[in-house]
Design a protein around this ligand. Sequence first.
Ligand SMILES: [Fe+2]
Length: 462
Amino acid sequence: MRSMSRGLVSFCLSAALLSTVMPDRGGSVAFAHEGHDHPPRKVESAEHYKPTPLPDRIVLTWTGDPTTTQAVSWRTSTEVKKAMAEIAVAEAGPSFAKNGKSVEAVTQPLKTDINEAHFHTVEFKGLTPATRYAYRVGDGVNWSEWFQFSTASSAPEAFSFVYFGDAQNDIRSMWSRVIREAYRDAPKAKFLLHAGDLINRAESDAEWGEWFGAGHWLNAMVPSVAVPGNHEQAKSESGERRLSHHWRPQFAFPTNGPKGLEEACYTMTYQNMRIIALDSNRELAVQRDWLDKVLAENQSEWVVCTFHHPVYSTGKDRDNKELRETWKPVFDKYKVDLVLQGHDHTYGRTGLDTPLITTGNVPAGVSRVDGKTGTVYVVSVSGPKMYDLQKQPVMRRTAEDTQLYQIISIDGPTLRYEARTAVGELYDAFTLKKTGRGQVNEMIEQVPTSPERHRAESSTGS
Ligand SMILES: [Fe+2]
């Protein structure tokens, strides 16, 4: 990167000094180049994403209780055989660094399509709730900067998080603006939730490099929660689908899901919300039984589930019947509040005043016209790949050709949902209010008056 930038600077300078200034027809000037300039050199992925002893791809996640734990993972070159993190309670002055406590990392090698790297993970434990910590990661000589994060409060406290549908394509050039706009919009968000298809090719290190580059330092300060999409699946040597080799070394998620689905299917609580992450690519029945058990034991006021494939598809000619028939009865049984999905590269959200339909790719009992509703299902997309919309009667608000992020805020018995476009405009909103334990929520529609973003004519999706 750096050498390319220098090359561009010298190219511009030499062009300015040696070229002849020619007026063009519009009255501005154009440069007539003398033929000595070399064409720009494409920086190859292996060079761009080469690991070094300096930590990169630093990402906060949770494996345990967000009030007292925090995990961090990062990447280095294979020269770094022993890695560590230092952590201290953050203070206004710089002397906090002297109090840094060292925690040794667990290191995993990863041979990718373009390089070999070491991925390191540290789990900070025994932290104090509602406290700001500073940490850095490194090998004792080469360190990251000090980053800061806050542990969750153990007392009820309002909080927000951000949800992203598929990032997947042109992540560096076109998705980066969405995650950065979301951060500008919700800088105090407690975590970032990704509903699968973070990248397009499961084993492409360059694409993972783009994903980490887009979030960059904010991934080191705001924890991520993610589930695998179909694009985080690769074919094994025996032809079976398996999770990307990148997933587990680079993210430290809970391992409390069914055996064989560790870090892809898991649950955790954040204050008064239970998050249930499911892997909709595999083992649907196994996860249904696990989900039923988790929900039967759940004590949290709010339940948000996330997985990749939609229960109600918004993409044209798409339907995940098996998934709907396997999981939806459990969501209904326990009155799950909100389901956050991706996959269909369009936007659609079930709502209050949509009709009750009981057959096909539409929900039974998902919405009522009596001022109460059951589970709200959302499909969204944050990256630039766009499909044709299949508008279902149950969808209260839909969109095509629109990159979105969502800010979801919980304050005691109230959940506020806002979908915003890549330029920060409010596109969709509703509020859910708890009406009593085991009861369906009151739903207040707050859809903006702006028209729905649909293509003028149906065009072919890709
Ligand atoms: Fe996708």
